[in-house]
Ligand binder design. Structure first.
Ligand SMILES: [Zn+2]
Length: 214
C-alpha cells in the first residue's frame, strides 16, 4: 500500500469506488450488488489523471480540427487563385490568338489588292472589276459594307460571286447582273468585325456566268 488513490467502477452495477492503490491483485465484493471486483495494481489510473488526459485529448482534437479547417481554407483559396490564374492565362492566349489571326488576315490582305473601305472613290479589285462608293458602318457585332461593283469588261456578267476578306472574316457577295461599263450596288453584313479593324479589305472575283452580245 503506497497511499495512492485509484478510481474503479463495478462492471455489474456501475457503483464507483475510490480506493487505495493495492500493491498486489486484490479482490473484494461490491457493496451494492455483491459482484466480485478484481483490482490489479498496474492497470488502474487515478481518476484525476484520467480527467486531465481526457481534457488534453479534447484540446488536442480541437487544435487539430482548427488546423485542418485552416488548411482546407488555405487550400481552397490557393485553388481559387490558381483557377483565376488559368482563366487569365486563357484570356490572354485568346487575345493573342485573335491578334495573330488579325495579323495573318492583314498579311493576306497585303499580298493581294488592298481596298480602302473608307475611300468612296473608284478602286481596282482586279479581274476586270472595280468598286466605288464604298461605305462602312457599325452594325450589330460587325460591320455593314455598301458600295457598287463596276464591270470594266465588255461582256455581261450574271450570277456573280465575290468574296470580301476583312479582318479575320470572309463573306461572299452575290450580284445578279452587271452589264458592261455599268455598276450594280451591293450591301452586305459581316459579323464579328470591330469597326476599327474594318478599314482594309480584299475583294476577290470568284465566278460568274458570262453573256456575250452577238
Ligand atoms: Zn456492484
Amino acid at each position: 500500500m503506497n497511499g495512492e488513490k485509484i478510481f474503479i467502477v463495478c462492471e455489474n452495477c456501475g457503483k464507483k469506488y475510490r480506493i487505495n492503490k493495492p500493491d498486489e491483485k486484490r479482490v473484494f465484493n461490491c457493496k451494492e450488488c455483491d459482484e466480485k471486483i478484481v483490482v490489479y495494481p498496474s492497470t488502474q489510473i487515478d481518476s484525476s489523471n484520467k480527467k486531465e488526459i481526457n481534457n488534453s485529448i479534447t484540446i488536442i482534437i480541437s487544435i487539430i480540427s482548427i488546423i485542418l479547417a485552416l488548411i482546407a481554407i488555405i487550400y481552397t483559396e490557393n485553388t481559387n487563385k490558381e483557377i483565376d490564374n488559368v482563366k487569365n492565362e486563357t484570356m490572354n492566349l485568346n487575345s493573342e490568338v485573335n491578334d495573330l489571326q488579325f495579323y495573318l488576315a492583314n498579311q493576306r490582305l497585303e499580298i493581294s489588292n488592298l481596298i480602302d473601305l473608307s475611300n468612296s472613290s473608284i478602286q481596282d479589285i482586279g479581274d476586270g472589276f472595280k468598286v466605288a462608293e464604298l461605305n462602312t458602318s457599325k452594325h450589330m457585332t460587325g460591320v455593314k459594307i455598301k458600295g457598287r461593283v463596276i464591270n470594266m469588261t465588255s461582256c455581261t456578267h450574271q450570277s456573280i460571286n465575290f468574296k470580301i476578306y476583312i479582318s479575320n472574316q470572309e463573306k461572299t457577295i452575290f450580284i445578279t447582273q452587271i452589264s458592261p461599263g455599268h455598276s450594280t450596288s451591293f450591301d452586305t453584313y459581316i459579323p464579328d468585325v470591330p469597326i476599327e479593324k474594318a478599314r482594309w479589305a480584299t475583294f476577290k472575283y470568284i465566278e460568274s456566268v458570262l453573256k456575250f452580245k452577238i
